[in-house]
Write a new protein. Sequence first.
Length: 446
Amino acid sequence: MMGSKNLKAVAVRGTKGLKIADPEEFMVLWRQFYEYYTKGEGRYFIASISEGTGVGATMDYYRDRDLAVWGNYDSFVVPPLKKDEQMESFEKYLVGGMGCSFCPAQCHQMYDVDGVRGGIHCGGYAGFHWVVKNKDLKVWWRLNQLCQRYGMDLYSTAGMTAWLMDLYENGIITAADTDGVPMEWGSEEACRTVIEKIARKEGFGELLVDGIVPAAHRIGRSSIQRAVQFRNQIPFPGFAPIGGTVGLQLMGGTSEVWVHPTAADIHSFYAWLAPRLGVSEQEAENIVNEKASDFAERTTGDRDSWREDGWEHYADYGIVNETAISACDISGHCDWLSDRCPHLYAWWSPEENAQAISAATGTNCTTEMLVDAHRRRRLLELAYHQLCVRAFGEQEEIALKMLVPRPDGHFKGATIDIEKALQVLSRYCELMGVDPATKLPLRSEL
Ligand code: SF4
């Protein structure tokens, strides 16, 4: 978005400091948080995202378990990689971790690769790597840094590039459509050209700046059928949504930003955790699943609601999840270390957020008030999406590629049961007070 506006950055710096209404209470909360993540079970989550290459280290687990997206969601098996093509080998370039003040995770990794220096976090590891079928980690790193320096989102830029490569491979576009540069899989020139053209809004880049759906409508030739998106948002590129997550994503505006799909990383977490606990991977799976089930029972009344193929109460779990994320957004707490990821041993619920707001501001913010604030915000957002559809003609397109049976990989043969996905959607509407037909908030909720 910033690239399309020729905007590089927005920098805001305050000079007056922060005033805490009740510093003692605030420090009590802080210590609970810090001790959970340094001495309690949360230390496992912290280590999994900050040891060595951090989140990047789990990429090799994704690959080994056939969970990674290879290409534009056509395969979930990464071809065998040589040692120097594996993320683990990248540790030699690591300068160190960094992150936000006072956070025990310091989850960003800083690298210096032949003089190309910078940082990376989370989904960037999957960006210009698997989805564009690039095995060269130095190329991956250069593209990441180019994207970062333009202030462009790595997920969507890499996803857009993968889509163009898919279209090129299938003869839907030719090099003439991309200013003479063939969109060949794994090509650094192709990736670099897409980044530069979008950033400068030049040539075919102008076609892409409003996102994948408007671009597909302009290109035509059935290109929309190969666009992987939910409401014009390209999903996290390391994982294709399954089960109930698809149901929630059919709800306009719901994406991985709002609901963290458990299947996205729970399988790699089993593998990562097993040696740390000194147990087999199967035992680690049982332990982690039990923990996720305890959380699900406590918050939704159904031990299986966290399972994306559980369908029946997945919308209930989704709402708990998006509420946890939103409560963090409102309070200014990092949602990464919150009830967003109970399946990874993370913790910090709306209740703790409400207590922190009360201590910081001196107001009496209850959990109910915070949850209600989230709910109202969410309803407004859903209403706004409908305004965009009806008044501004933004079309909702279903990601057809997400609905075909998995050809290979960990979830080989898994299909999306569209009827069940629609049931998840309608349960979400029922719980949130939204009319499932119009997708508008009910009058009684406003
Ligand atoms: S606050 Fe969140 S984003 Fe910042 S370093 Fe900690 S875990 Fe990472």
